[in-house]
Design a binder for this molecule. Structure first.
Ligand SMILES: [Zn+2]
Ligand SMILES: [Zn+2]
Length: 222
């Protein structure tokens, strides 16, 4: 999809609303999900975007009840604690990446920050369903490879996938870091290929895509 150079986008799919913001300096995509007619919202990744996310939620007149991390890398989680304090939202991450919230990593070095170790309120497991608003449901798909506890979040009804650093437009997340595994990444991408082709994909960095636009996946997961 064109238009990778956006700073904010509002997407509407049925009753689901997705508000996408790009947070510097590592161009992290962070998201506010909510439902038409409800003030309940979810935040997907915070990065260093606690303030813009808080301000945007206020403008939209929604209240975040949960912050979900797609994985534990610091570029995605740096201001989790701050946004939790500002909103009172519960902080959730896959159980296998929970330890990373208390750990500085390569991304902390790149960002030049030392993070305050925090604990999640909720540890997610594969297949778990997260309900928000009155009808919206996100399903946790465990997609290890980039990290042990990387997840994608899938809205089956509207075919919307938040893919973190697992699947990007024309690429996938690095598999050479601590806790990465190239073979596991392959199986995770294969899992995503089983989703309907028309599924819209919202990654942790870069442009949006769809499953059917990423057919190179077929070859690489053979
Ligand atoms: Zn990452
Ligand atoms: Zn990342």
């Amino acid at each position: 999809m064109a238009g990778t150079n956006f700073s904010r986008r509002s997407i509407r799919k049925g009753i689901l609303r997705i508000e996408a913001l790009v947070v510097p300096p590592l161009a992290n995509n962070v998201y506010i999900l909510y439902e038409d007619g409800s003030d309940d919202a979810l935040i997907i990744d915070v990065a260093q975007g606690a303030n813009p996310l808080f301000e945007r939620a206020k403008e939209l007149e929604v209240r975040p009840s949960m912050i979900i991390n797609t994985h534990g890398h610091t570029d995605h989680t740096a201001e989790d604690g701050l946004l939790r304090k500002m909103t009172g939202a519960k902080l959730a991450i896959h159980e296998l990446d929970a330890y990373r919230l208390a750990l500085d990593d390569e991304a902390s070095k790149e960002l030049g920050i030392k993070k305050e170790p925090i604990e999640p309120d909720i540890q997610l497991t594969s297949g778990q369903e997260i309900k928000f608003g009155k009808q919206c449901v996100l399903k946790v798909i465990h997609t290890p490879g980039h990290t042990e506890g990387s997840i994608c979040l899938y809205d089956e009804k509207d075919r919307q996938l938040l893919s973190g650093d697992t699947l990007f437009q024309a690429g996938y997340g690095r598999v050479d870091g601590m806790g990465s595994d190239p073979d596991t990444m392959k199986s995770s991408l294969k899992k995503l290929l089983e989703l309907p082709g028309s599924t819209d994909v919202y990654p942790g960095h870069g442009g949006f895509t769809t499953i059917q636009s990423e057919m190179w996946l077929m070859e690489m997961t053979e």
